[in-house]
Design a binder for this molecule. Structure first.
Ligand SMILES: [Cu+2]
Length: 237
């Protein structure tokens, strides 16, 4: 394995001397996630029981189970390579971070890799009790009073874990614990991009917390860009 990697590194050095722009080679997958039908209307959240959070939202925020944008864009969809790519041999040095602010989880969906450090931040002047409802991983819940420093956790198995706060029933999030670094989350316009995929055959999965998941197979050869779109059927409410 090391010899192979060394060989690739050697080639990269050679390539860098002849090509003006170096950089990682490989193909890209990009596309858009949309919905069809009528998505459930998100409900305003009543935070009056927690005034320190309520006052952070001059306009009341709504639930985030389904977040949509113009052109039927569907946000907060985790798009990732579920098969065909090797598992990450070691977790990235950089931590994934979830911040509790205004009695919300920011961001709403937090992707991370198996055994990657997850930093939990409380930016509110009130206590939270973060409780990932893990089934495959070890389940835990931790109270985090205001002003206490962030704490770190990690999950050692891949799993999509619903997260709640034991104090504020409206707080919901998902920890997406994935096996490799080829993942992204669809943005406001539903678009996504997975760069730097070595040639190969992959299964691409798109996961949404309410609409479930879809998969598509895609083959990458050379440095092409493949366009893959996902359309989810909106669940009536
Ligand atoms: Cu809370």
């Amino acid at each position: 394995m090391r010899t192979k990697l060394g060989c690739v590194a050697g080639l990269a050095v050679l390539a860098a001397s002849t090509i003006v722009f170096g950089g990682p080679s490989g193909g890209d997958i990009s596309g858009k996630v949309t919905y069809e039908g009528t998505p459930a209307r998100q409900k305003p959240i009543d935070m009056s029981k927690e005034p320190s959070c309520a006052q952070q939202h001059p306009t009341p925020i709504t639930t985030e189970t389904v977040v949509v944008g113009p052109g039927n864009a569907l946000q907060n969809v985790v798009v990732y390579i579920s098969a065909g790519a090797p598992d990450e041999s070691s977790p990235p040095n950089q931590a994934a971070t979830v911040t509790q602010k205004g009695c919300q989880y920011l961001p709403h969906v937090i992707p991370m890799i198996v055994n990657q450090e997850l930093k939990v931040v409380n930016a509110d002047p009130t206590s939270h009790n973060i409780h990932p409802l893990a089934k495959t991983n070890h389940e835990w819940n931790k109270s985090q009073p205001p002003g206490t420093p962030p704490f770190s956790e990690k999950f050692d198995k891949p799993e999509f874990i619903p997260v709640k706060c034991n104090i504020h029933p409206w707080m919901h999030s998902t920890f997406a614990v994935l096996k490799n670094s080829h993942y992204t989350v669809s943005g406001e316009d539903g678009s996504f991009s997975l760069p730097n995929l070595p040639p190969g055959k992959y299964t691409l999965t798109a996961w949404h917390e309410s609409y479930g998941e879809q998969t598509q197979d895609v083959a990458i050869s050379g440095s092409e860009t493949k366009t893959i779109n996902f359309v989810f059927k909106a669940k009536p409410y």
